[in-house]
Write a protein that binds this ligand. Sequence first.
Ligand code: 0RA
Length: 658
Amino acid sequence: MSDDYGADSIQVLEGLEAVRKRPGMYLGDPHDGSALHHCIWEVVDNAVDEHLAGYNPTIEVNVEKDGSITVIDHGRGIPVSQHEEGVSAAEVIMTKLHAGGKFDNEAYKVAGGLHGVGVSAVNAVSEYLEMIIHRDGKEWYQKYARGVPEGRLDSIADSEKTGTIIRFKPDLTIFSDVIEFDFDQINTRLRRTAFLNAGLEIIVRDLRADEEVIIEHKYDGGLKEYVGWMNDKKEVLHEDPLHILGSKEGDKGEVHVEVSLQWTGAYTENIHCFTNIIHNSDGGTHLSGLKSALTRTINSYAQSRKLLKNVNSLSGEDIREGISAVVSIKHPDPSFNAQTKAKLVTSEVAGIVESVVNDKLGEFFEENPAFAKIIIEKAVLSSKAREAARKARDLTRRKGVLEGGGLPGKLADCQSRDPSECEIYIVEGDSAGGSAKTGRDRRTQAILPLRGKILNVERQQRNIAKVFQNQEIQTMIRALGAGVGNPPEDEEEEQENKDEGLFNTDKLRYDKIILMTDADVDGAHIRTLILTFLWRFMKPAIMQGHVYVAQPPLYQITRGRKSHYVYTDEERDVIIEELRGESENAKINIQRYKGLGEMNPEQLWETTMDPAVRTLLQVTVEDASEADRLFEILMGEDVAERRSFIEKNALEVTNLDV
Ligand code: 0RA
């Protein structure tokens, strides 16, 4: 039926065009690198499915010199049979949106494929895509340009192997701003994939640099190794992570539960959740199930053994203090709150996870009373510290009111009272503060100078009263006007933890909180200390994008009456080259700004504060638990390690167009 074929191929072209026109709908943001990297995940997910189906021991991912990506798997190979009217099944999979559905019945379950866009979306946004399939005794080849096949699927050689090689180069007319693959991001994600699929070997190569980078991931211990890795920089309270495996019949079929957990001496909890290998950054019913099980099992054990002393019962937060855990469930038909799959909402999962964990944890405690005692003692300590913190916070708040309205004397406030147009610059040192006060737009820009280093709150988790006594911290809390203390993260905690004037972004007096520190290591350290405080006590300000880092220039380069401000060393070299090019023996003056204080008010305004020309970096957090881990390393004991770490990765800060 050639008519059908014609209609079909028109549909295919329309489908590909839809993806190219609105990549955001299919692959995520095409500007910030998420769609670009999603292309890799999409192809890899298919290869992981082959592993899940029991066929694929190894996946290789190469970042190639020309900016393309090669994904090699050793699965069954994409089916090559004739599908309809001379078109192979492989071509259908590569060109039809959601074609997966036709093939994915029974054994074949798409791992991430619940994203559902399939490799055809990747094909559509690729300048070229080459596909090599080993299957049915042959090697097959086909190439596409922007999703359109350049020829038919041909057999080019005999082959005894099976598997698929896909090489694609993203079409850079579709992506912008971030158009280069970030090897760290790729490696981190694939490491996680390897942890979640015990035994699967994933080899990642960066072939772009002269020195090739090759990293192999293979974790036979799966989640248990994952948790061990999460804790490798921490003091752990028991040597081996617990590992819990179980399954229960749900409404749509068997639900598998896998949990691994380990308590550490840290003061935060760090729990990652997955459904069918997809990360759920906002948790959901599996997380609630795990939390309920922990609270219930540990309280009932502690009560029955009379381990609670002066505490009535332990709150969930106290019990989870210092815990690192991963919960991964497999469900035949999960539902999520949104397209992004951030939160699992399938309600039966809560009860299933809770009962699996209850059973195993109860058993484990009975068999290891010494271990149970350590965990419970830590939770009791946490409960007492939390109570003390509550009192200290109350005191700070009341003091603020008693001292008359609460705005600190050091704050040079702005005139506007409309938070949406107001900004506060938190500035390192009084002298830079002075320049900033003179140079600013006083209608909308407030200046808060901080003197010296603020307290490292990461080291004060057992003595939170000290945090609230710190002058610089009190000053910040009062200037921002939005309270302090992170609100509960879900409804369950909400009940345990009544609202007590905790931090609330609705009350923020400024839309932008801008950290302006010197462009040196000390400046970076101060910035990190402030960010750590904001993260631990005002997290929503960061999560909702209110926090920014100012970018002061590193150099001023002057030739004659012309002067340039320069923000990076590379930029400096380019400008110098340019000026030399204009005239050989011109005198070029290079001034290095060691600190903000060296700039006069006009310079500070021109280079760093004027909204029309400045560059601000918005502090963004891809994943809250990753950020927790980061701050722990960052603020940990090893000063030298920390310094170099801060220099390199203080936080994921992404460039913002202002
Ligand atoms: C459809 C059906 C089958 C496998 C695949 C697609 C498949 C897709 C990709 C993408 C990259 N690597 C892949 N490997 C396999 C099942 C094939 C069968 O039943 O033999």
